[in-house]
Design a protein around this ligand. Structure first.
Ligand code: NAD
Ligand code: DAU
Length: 357
């Protein structure tokens, strides 16, 4: 079996659902269930004996060690993290606690478990660390995309904490020989995406008749990848990635934020038209994010060449599927937009990001 951390969050839940569609190999899903973790994402697995959910913190080394001894996984896939850049600006401590200290405590529990495994289990074991392109910092319009040899230059407390976790994983491979793999992926979108992030926030605000907040001039660029394409990339790296290596994962799909928001409005205009006017009328330019990275772009040639991975979805097909998923899942949206979420929206958009245009 495999052990997944953070498997109740956006990408982790998509990964677990996808994994169990492809294979019969069971999954231990270890998640603290922070505001971002949601068991409703895993509702389809309620009766599925191949999925074992354990609520817990990656900082709790004793529980992790007991779980590893009990279930003897052949691999750990580490998704658990604090993941929202804006939250890291307003409250960086949780990012250091989970992303740095938590990854350290998971690595320590893993090392102790792995060192005591018998051959060939020890040789076959894998620790796959799920990371982000944000560790490379920001690009200008003329720069080539990030490759695996681009120097780390994180700019936000979130990306700095992820960079630190990547370095710890690297060190555990080089120092102890732990069989690690790291993926650095660009912006994901798709089903179960928490509506504090741009794409689900725009869809849910548009439908609720609220402002569509675009930071600054909206010309910041992100490289968007449909979440199940990211899941497929992780499966390929787990199966055949070279030990100690990092693999950049991206969609060759650079879009400015304003263009993403326009496309979402146009899709909603088609799929759920307003009584009058367009959803574009709700767009509001608001104060920019402090230290906002201007452009991310991923050079994904290494994973394509070595592992034969390529995204299956285009931005057009992926975004349409995403909007359709949100239109069909009001219950999920209503459930996640509860107390804690409303407090965040109030803090970020009323005090932090007043309208500038
Ligand atoms: P998310 O915020 O939606 O989910 C994170 C999950 O981790 C939640 O279920 C949460 O409960 C859990 N968690 C948080 N702290 C924990 C702790 N201390 N112990 C155990 N569980 C804890 O995040 P996501 O968007 O699904 O991202 C998953 C991973 O992928 C993260 O490591 C993130 O850095 C990385 N990543 C995300 C993107 C993206 O676009 N979302 C892109 C590249 C990489
Ligand atoms: O690049 C990978 C990263 O992508 C992941 O590591 C992070 O976990 C994930 O959250 C994401 O980070 P971003 O900061 O790029 O995503 P977010 O959806 O928060 O913002 C996308 C862009 O949209 C960014 O330039 C900021 C802008 N934005 C965001 C929000 C929430 C707005 O203009 N308005 C908004 O209200």
């Amino acid at each position: 079996m495999i052990l997944v951390t953070g498997g109740a969050g956006f990408i982790g839940a998509n990964f677990v659902l996808d994994w169990l569609k492809q294979y019969d190999e069971p999954v231990i899903n270890y998640d603290k269930l922070t505001y971002a973790g949601n068991l409703n994402n895993l509702k389809d697995l309620q009766q599925d004996a191949r999925h074992v959910f354990v609520q817990g913190d990656i900082n709790d080394g004793a529980t992790l060690s007991a779980l590893l001894d009990k279930y003897q996984p052949r691999a750990i896939l580490h998704f658990a993290a604090e993941s929202h850049v804006d939250r890291s600006i307003l409250g960086p401590a949780a990012f250091v606690t989970t992303n740095i200290n938590g990854t350290f405590s998971l690595l320590e529990a893993t090392r102790a478990y792995w060192q005591n495994l018998a051959e060939p289990e020890k040789a076959a074991f894998r620790f796959l660390h799920v990371s982000t392109d944000e560790v490379y910092g920001t690009l200008s319009a003329e720069d080539p995309p990030f490759s695996e040899t681009t120097a780390y230059a994180p700019n936000s407390p979130y990306s700095a904490s992820k960079a630190a976790s990547d370095h710890l994983v690297r060190a555990y491979h080089h120092t102890y020989g732990l069989p690690t793999l790291t993926t650095n992926c660009s912006n994901n979108y798709g089903a179960y995406h928490f509506p504090e992030k741009l794409i689900p926030l725009i869809i849910t605000n548009a439908r609720a008749g609220k402002d569509l907040p675009v930071y600054g001039d909206g010309q910041q660029v992100r490289d968007w990848l449909y979440v199940t394409d990211h899941c497929a990339a992780i499966r390929r790296v787990l199966a055949d990635g070279r030990l100690g290596e990092t693999y950049n994962v991206g969609g060759w799909n650079e879009q400015s934020n304003l263009s993403v928001v326009h496309t979402l409005c146009d899709l909603l205009d088609q799929l759920q038209p307003k009584a009058t006017g367009s959803y574009r009328d709700q767009i509001k330019h608001v104060k920019d994010r402090p230290g906002h990275d201007r452009r991310y772009a991923i050079d994904a040639r290494k994973i394509e060449k070595e592992l034969g991975w390529k995204p299956a979805e285009t931005f057009e097909t992926g975004l349409r599927k995403t909007v359709e998923w949100y239109l069909a899942n009001d219950e999920w949206v209503n459930q996640v937009q509860s107390g804690e979420y409303l407090k965040w929206v109030d803090l970020q958009y009323k005090n932090g990001a007043e309208v500038v245009a």
